[in-house]
Design a protein around this ligand. Sequence first.
Ligand code: ZN
Ligand code: ZN
Length: 295
Amino acid sequence: MQKAQDFAAGSVVVGLIVLALKTGAWLLTGSAALFSDAAETVVNVAAALVATLALRLAARPADANHPYGHDKAEFFAAVIEGTLIIVAAVLILQHAWQTYLAPRAIEAPIPGLALNGIATLINLGWALRLRQSARALRSPALAADARHVMSDVVTSVGVFVGVGLVVATSLQWLDPAIAAATAVYILYSGYDVVRDSLGGLMDAAPADKIVERIRLLVGEYAAGAIEAHDLRMRHAGRTTFLEFHLVVPGTMTVADAHAICDRVEDALKVEMEGLVITIHVEPEGKAKHRGVIVL
Ligand code: ZN
Ligand code: ZN
């Protein structure tokens, strides 16, 4: 976990360097499109900063105040990020509108584009490095970080080509139009992040495929029990919570019923990392004849 945090901190540093270069490019040229590119990087830096803090908090073990752990801190980070994305998009659109109403020629295009190009190459290198580490460390937070930086690279390339076109063709309306397109793209990419995180905050169930697989395994390993019902799952970051009722013959000893529970728990924990399981044992009078039927 320590290494994932190091990479998140690295993203803040790289982001600040890239932001300085892009801000320079915008100030040199006065281009609305280059402003939009710099604004996107502000969001990325802020997001990386919040993610660093959130990862640190989420990694803390459960304590008396937070007996279910701190995993949801990661979702808060994403919701804050979503808010930042909306603010950035609004600022970009406002700036683009003003530029459209009062168009001005792009100044010093060559040094401006050069600065922006260098910033984009740094971003590209970092995105590839992050993507590789995210795979090696199997960190969803790092993978999300890599996707952000990569989407920043995509808009930067679009902005670079667009500003080049404005200079070549003298079509000044293109500049705010590209800025507006960037704002729409940022909103679109931010929507995904926020939707997933709200799902986590609202205790959304894991994908149907996962729930089905878990039900199957419960049925497979609970031999000796009669049935399992009221199976519920929710996930919080890397931790997934599972609970269900296990119906056993009323005459079965507590030790035997517990042995079944342990067998099911062991099998499920092999299947799924970070699974927390609670099983409620009931005598057969409580059978509901629905849910997972165990033979
Ligand atoms: Zn029950
Ligand atoms: Zn036990």
